[in-house]
Design a protein around this ligand. Structure first.
Ligand SMILES: O=P(O)(O)OC[C@@H](O)[C@@H](O)c1c[nH]c2ccccc12
Length: 267
């Protein structure tokens, strides 16, 4: 694990310590049954029959690699733009210290999307460690959580995935290198994203997607994440076999995010 990822995970562990408690699977099942059903993340990502790439559009104010991106962006305003451009799903950063987001952003975006259709599924983008965070995600109205394989041991991944399934949430398993693909598959991952960003040096390289996505079993939904800024990048991800791309920084910085999103989807 890179130093930065280790640092972030250590911070996350301290941050959530005060709210940690045991969360039985039955409690998550009851919670799921008591709340409105969120739209399906997995369904939204399967390549539609017109063969366009699904775009997961991310709301991210800053990052350790880029620094400030759009510090004062309104999450709901940005979500409206993505929705209007036909984003298949949204990714909402809820980590505050490193990414400038909060759980309230996810709540606000979900609420806006409920009031103003069409509904779009949301991924809670955060560093998941414990079922308490899964519970928070479901309460906020997320459709999916992120499981970063290289940041977690296998028992923790199993616990998180079981919690997500009990809560009615999909999980995006994030990998970066070959051994993590085997680990994700051993857990029964149905949606796997290749992070093109090497967290050790913060450089992005689409070659990671090109190497790994062709090794996915056919029934797995493939996502290419990070470093996608142009239609040519999106076309590379698509040629590698990606059903979906996850795009943050370039959409947050774009003067016209709708036009960029559409050009990526049509690449
Ligand atoms: O801004 P980019 O390069 O388009 O990348 C988006 C997304 O892939 C990136 O934000 C990301 C990938 N994995 C993460 C894990 C946590 C936080 C953020 C991320």
């Amino acid at each position: 694990m890179s130093d930065k990822l280790l640092e972030i995970m250590a911070h996350k562990r301290r941050e959530i310590a005060p709210v940690l408690r045991e969360v039985p699977l039955d409690e998550l099942r009851e919670l799921d049954a008591s709340l409105p059903r969120p739209p399906s993340f997995a369904e939204a990502l399967r390549r539609p029959d017109d063969d366009r790439l699904a775009v997961i559009a991310e709301i991210k104010r800053r990052s350790p690699s880029a620094g400030a991106i759009a510090e004062n962006a309104s999450a709901t305003e940005q979500a409206r733009r993505y929705q209007a451009a036909g984003a298949s799903a949204l990714s909402v950063l809820t980590d505050n210290k490193y990414f400038g987001g909060e759980l309230g952003d996810l709540r606000d975006v979900v609420e806006m999307l409920r009031r103003e259709p069409p509904s779009v599924p949301c991924l809670r983008k955060d560093f998941m460690l414990h079922p308490t965070q899964v519970r928070e995600a479901r309460e906020a109205g997320a459709s999916a959580i992120l499981i970063i394989v290289r940041a977690l041991d296998d028992p923790t991944i199993a616990t998180l995935y079981a919690a997500a399934q009990a809560a009615g949430l999909d999980a995006l398993f994030e990998i970066h290198e070959e051994p993590e693909l085997a680990r994700a598959l051993a857990h029964g991952a149905k949606i796997i994203g290749v992070n093109n960003r090497d967290l050790a040096v913060f450089k992005t390289d689409l070659a990671f997607s090109e190497r790994l996505i062709p090794r996915f079993p056919k029934n797995v939904i493939a996502v290419s994440e990070s470093g996608i800024a142009t239609a040519a990048d999106a076309a590379r991800a698509r040629a590698a076999g990606a059903h979906a791309i996850l795009v943050g920084e370039s959409l947050m910085r774009a003067p016209d995010p709708q036009a960029l999103l559409q050009s990526l989807a049509n690449a």
